[in-house]
Design a binder for this molecule. Structure first.
Ligand SMILES: Cc1ncc(COP(=O)(O)O)c(C=O)c1O
Length: 372
């Protein structure tokens, strides 16, 4: 049997990437460190937005930082000729050939990477960001080893310029950045080179201390409209706009009586007559299964609560606040509803016991995405 694909109706679910919001958020980050250049962090396929889809909104960045070489290649294919930084540097020696060929800047965080660079045959001087482990204890040279690494790099003919970099573990919490900043400053105060210290939380929360110390800031989540310190501060507090909307429609309505339950495990029981909307969105679309009854959701722009268990392709919503809703009504899982209402992704993430980063990155392949 022949299937006429042009007549096949897709599921109503769709994600939208908001180009103007990306530009707005980038400008907002820049405002916090007006003299610094901005790396737009586009790792993990631009936090799930898609590098190619996000690119237009982020063109005003001074550079793009990521860690996957394929993503760096994709950016060059988009004709981005400015700086690209590999945040974890090279994973193996042959990556350096790509760095030379595409003019990629790269982090150096361990001696093995310096060994690879020393053995690399190139006419092209490399720009490297030497990473200090100032307390995060993931990547980087300990402060007492940092100067030796800098001296070694500085002696290599393959190296053109060395910048200095660290990453804060607690810029989003009350613990703050002071201890790590003191460690970094003590070890680098007399070393030349540009400095890059701040993720979104550091950029927005510690601008008073860091703006003057930053040649490059590295905002990620703020660019994508997530608050770096939710729930202490909301995206609205920071002046950030939603860059990703996940929307779908109601495909069925069930009228429940007192005592009726909904979905797998019967974890929600109606305590009176209740209209339940069934939404075409489930965990196979990237909607978190850990969302519990009470997770906010907009139906026709009106705030409602999700009820019961999220299943693979469907989720259920209490329609009490929108008596007019029915099959075909618009549902906003996160982001912007038509009419202007916004459901911050941070709120949905919190209800699922996670962070907005994870929801953005987990948007499933099967969800059609449009750029607005
Ligand atoms: C080295 C580095 N810089 C900057 C960022 C951006 O962080 P955020 O999204 O919290 O702004 C990240 C993300 O994890 C990172 O690993």
């Amino acid at each position: 049997m022949e299937v006429n694909l042009t007549r096949t109706m897709p599921r109503p679910i769709q994600a939208t990437i908001h180009t103007a919001a990306l530009s707005h958020n980038l400008a907002r980050a820049r405002l916090a460190a007006p003299d610094a250049k901005v790396w737009a962090i586009v790792k993990a396929n631009a936090y799930g937005h898609g590098i190619a889809r996000a690119f237009d909104g982020l063109r005003s960045a001074d550079g793009f930082a990521l860690l996957d070489l394929n993503e760096a290649t994709e950016l060059r294919a988009l004709d981005w000729r400015g700086p690209i930084l590999l945040l974890e540097g090279c994973f193996e020696a042959r990556d350096l050939e790509l760095c030379s060929r595409l003019g990629l800047w790269h982090v150096v965080h361990c001696n093995e990477q310096i060994d690879m660079l020393a053995a690399h045959k190139t006419q092209q001087g490399h720009r490297v960001f030497l990473k200090m482990n100032s307390g995060m204890n993931r990547l980087g040279f300990k402060p007492e080893r940092y100067r030796a690494a800098w001296t070694r790099l500085n002696a290599l003919p393959q190296v053109d310029e060395i910048s200095l970099m660290t990453h804060f573990s607690d810029a989003d919490t009350a613990k703050g950045i002071s201890a790590q900043l003191a460690v970094f400053e003590a070890a680098t105060h007399d070393l030349p080179g540009e400095r890059s210290l701040s993720n979104s939380a550091a950029t927005l929360r510690h601008s008073g201390v860091l703006a003057a110390r930053s040649d490059w800031i590295r905002p990620g989540i703020a660019v994508y409209g997530g608050s770096p310190d939710f729930p202490v501060h909301s995206a609205e507090h920071w002046g950030l706009q939603a860059t990703m909307t996940l929307a779908s429609k109601i495909i069925s309505v069930q009228q429940l009586a007192a005592g009726d339950t909904v979905g797998y495990g019967s974890i929600f029981t109606a305590d009176g007559p209740l209209a339940i909307g069934v939404v075409a969105c489930g965990y196979a679309d990237g909607y978190p299964r850990h969302c519990t009854t009470g997770t906010p959701m907009l139906v026709n722009g009106v705030r409602c609560r999700m009820v019961g268990r999220v299943s693979m392709d469907m989720v259920t919503v209490d329609l009490s606040p929108v008596p007019g809703a029915g099959i075909g009504s618009d549902v906003t899982l996160w982001g912007r509803a038509t009419g202007g209402a916004v459901l911050p992704i941070d709120e949905v993430a919190q209800a699922a016991g996670t962070i907005a980063y994870e929801l953005m990155c987990a948007l499933a392949q099967r969800v059609p995405v449009v750029v607005a």
